[in-house]
Design a protein around this ligand. Structure first.
Ligand code: NAP
Length: 286
């Protein structure tokens, strides 16, 4: 039986510690604030944004929401980002994805000023991560790394197989795991013989968005499983990418869905807002 990595409890502990840091900043007259931009009417985004607002409230971070209409022009979006870049009371800017298809999200991310890049999506943050400098790391990969640290799971020399190569999860995870001295393999929809890779993995991190894709026969005994996926199964139940019930029997550690990576992602956003606030004052940009 595997040890279940309790992301919910760990995230709570992290939020409690961040609240202390946030209170200390407030005592100095500094009030951390996150600005969230949402474009259009995406139901899933609304739920994510609500959870982020709740977490801000818990930690004591001020939260501001900008809801733009579905037919917003790229220029209008960039104007808002520029306004928030200049606004000294705003410490973190988050552009909630997805945004409507007529808009270019990568161009929008590029315009967020580095010191307010709490999602770690700007080219500066991504570049710094690649060359091993301290930076804002994308929240989900950072949450996964915190889980390894908290549970004393040492990646040194381990075969880590990452399923998925998205800009927000898979790619930054490659760098994060390399920094922990893992030997990293990334699989995606064009990978041949994916099972051959997963079968020899010491650690599998799945972020592909396919319900119960990773099955018992794809993993070796003692594997560590991190399930980033958030999916609905045929009955509408929230499930990950991993067939938890059966894979758990072979794993040494496993994250559940829900209650695994999800809460950690939000806790890391809070972490990044506090980090951004501190760095902005240290660099006296205001
Ligand atoms: P994404 O942008 O859609 O990327 C999915 C990746 O999976 C792509 O690289 C794709 O390959 C690969 N893939 C898809 N089907 C595959 C298959 N059958 N075999 C192998 N690889 C396959 O997704 P994402 O934004 O990274 O999110 C992935 C999942 O994580 C989703 O379920 C999402 O909801 C969840 N998520 C959770 C959190 C959290 O906090 N827990 C945060 C972010 C995302 P190609 O590149 O070849 O297309």
């Amino acid at each position: 039986m595997a040890i279940i990595i309790d992301g919910k409890a760990l995230a709570k502990k992290i939020r409690e510690n961040l609240k202390i840091e946030c209170d200390e900043l407030k005592e100095k007259g500094i009030n951390p604030k996150l600005a969230v931009i949402m474009v259009g009417d995406n139901q899933a985004s609304k739920v994510y944004v609500k959870n982020k607002s709740k977490a801000c409230n818990e930690v004591g971070i001020e939260y501001e929401e900008y809801l733009l209409k579905e037919d917003t022009k790229q220029e209008e979006l960039l104007d808002l980002i520029e306004k928030l870049n200049k606004d000294k009371s705003v410490n973190g800017i988050l552009l909630q994805s997805p945004i409507p298809k007529h808009l270019n999200i990568n161009e929008a991310f590029k315009t967020i000023t580095y010191l307010k890049d709490v999602d770690g999506f700007t080219p500066s943050s991504v570049g710094k991560l690649c060359i091993g400098e301290d930076t804002f790391v994308s929240c989900t990969p950072l949450g996964v790394i915190k889980m390894f640290e908290e549970y004393d799971i040492d990646l040194n020399g381990k075969d880590v197989v990452i399923l998925g190569r998205s800009n927000i999860v898979g790619k930054p995870l490659i760098q994060c795991c390399l920094q922990k001295n893992a030997t990293v393999t990334t699989c995606h929809s064009k990978t041949n013989n994916l099972k051959e890779h997963t079968k020899r993995a010491d650690v599998i991190i799945s972020a592909i968005g396919r319900p119960k894709f990773v099955t018992e026969d794809m993993v070796k005994d003692g594997v560590v499983i991190i399930d980033v996926g958030i999916n609905r199964d045929e009955n509408g139940k929230l499930v990950g990418d991993v067939d938890f019930e059966n894979v758990e029997k072979k794993a040494s550690y496993i994250t559940p869905v829900p209650g695994g990576v999800g809460p950690m992602t939000i806790a890391m956003l809070m972490n990044n807002v506090i980090k951004a606030t501190k760095e902005q004052y240290k660099e006296k940009t205001f």
